[in-house]
Design a protein around this ligand. Sequence first.
Ligand SMILES: NC(=O)c1ccc[n+]([C@@H]2O[C@H](COP(=O)([O-])OP(=O)(O)OC[C@H]3O[C@@H](n4cnc5c(N)ncnc54)[C@H](OP(=O)(O)O)[C@@H]3O)[C@@H](O)[C@H]2O)c1
Length: 308
Amino acid sequence: MSRTLILVTGAQGQLGQSFQWIHKFGPKSSDLILLGRDKLDITQTDSIARALDQYKPTVLINAAAYTAVDKAESEPETAHLINGIAPGILAAACAERGIALIHVSTDYVFDGLASQPYAEDAPTCPASVYGQSKLAGEQAVLTALPSSIILRTSWVFSQFGNNFLKTMLRLGRERTELSIVDDQIGGPSYAPHIAQVLLQLAERLCESKQDTGKQQSPSGVYHFAGQPSVSWYGFAQEIFDQAVKLDLLAQAPTLTAISTNQYPTPAKRPAQSSLQQGRLDALLGAQAIERDWRRGIKQSLLALKQMR
Ligand SMILES: NC(=O)c1ccc[n+]([C@@H]2O[C@H](COP(=O)([O-])OP(=O)(O)OC[C@H]3O[C@@H](n4cnc5c(N)ncnc54)[C@H](OP(=O)(O)O)[C@@H]3O)[C@@H](O)[C@H]2O)c1
């Protein structure tokens, strides 16, 4: 099989940085190029064309996004431009050039009122500007390039960038008591686990391209989320337990479980946003997918310890 090239946008984000990190390990049948906003601005047609024509990737993975969920409530135009419109421009540019596209989306396309995990084809109903902008992006991608893959994920954390785990570690050093929301349930997803799944999907797309029509190429909406589902409170407890064991914290703060009403935020968040993942399991095989966020916490903490 000839080598293929995978191009990733949003290189400086936590998912973008995770690609670089995991690509160091294991056998590689693909080359990987990561481009930050300075090299590929997904809102700029010229910037997209230049990058795609220079690198000629087999697959493009769009990990670039506007992810400030609360700020989006007061910056809806910017959120919509980056999350809603730009992915459609990217998809059209890929369609013109015969490049396969994988676009990353979110559990926030759901309102969180369902009592069961959301299936890939469950009706969407975002409750925030961020969720609306990401849903518009999914629709724009599938309109411009219907063979694209949309991977929805949730509660992303890692040793990179800004995220809940790093906020908890900082607050754990500053305070002896913390109140954490216990009535929002979801799947914390370790960014390198997501990156791994995205590379597996990209390689599937490359294989089906080279197979000249023998295999049906995967397309449409897939879900990936860490397991088991947990509340923010439960997630925080595990972060502090492991941080103390690894000597990153002398002592865990005392945690108090509170309700969403006691912690008002500008953006409304889903109360239950666990995701069914049957389509991904059927495509890649459940055994081939790492989803345990507790192992992700350990890897994040070990990496942060090394960086100290
Ligand atoms: N974070 C979560 O909890 C979460 C949950 C569910 C789904 N997701 C999805 O997962 C994906 C990755 O998220 P993440 O956590 O890695 O986000 P992140 O850390 O905020 O990274 C996003 C990256 O996109 C870049 N970007 C923004 N506008 C751009 C533009 N116009 N052109 C090129 N790059 C641009 C940002 O660059 P700058 O630094 O220059 O702004 C940043 O490096 C996104 O699709 C997000 O919606 C995230």
